[in-house]
Design a protein around this ligand. Structure first.
Ligand SMILES: [Zn+2]
Length: 103
């Protein structure tokens, strides 16, 4: 799995790759027409491709992670340290605060 999260940063968005062990591996500042990753000089790259998806779904700065290779979304449950594809419960939404603390 290639999991990614997105956060607002430095006038763009910080897209971070997360390993299967949920460790942050690498991150790049991306905007809709630029990226600081090694493929940044190309017309597009995976970060620029996935950014509109994060924006359209309102998943920037949340615990949602995109599995880019499979186009699947996972919700990172900070309390349990697990991923689920069902998303947060609407009653008890403490995950966002938890993720912010960890980052
Ligand atoms: Zn890139």
């Amino acid at each position: 799995m290639s999991l990614y999260t997105a956060k607002k940063a430095n006038g763009g968005y910080r897209i971070s790759k997360v390993t299967d062990d949920l460790e942050f591996e690498s991150s790049y500042i991306t905007t809709e027409d630029s990226c600081e990753c090694p493929a940044g000089h190309r017309p597009s790259c995976r970060h620029r491709e996935m950014l509109p998806d994060f924006l359209a779904r309102g998943r920037v700065g949340t615990a949602w992670m995109l599995d880019y290779d499979n186009g699947q979304w996972f919700w990172y449950n900070v309390d349990q340290g697990t991923l689920s594809n069902t998303g947060p419960s609407t009653k008890r939404n403490t995950f966002e605060g938890g993720l912010r603390r960890r980052i």
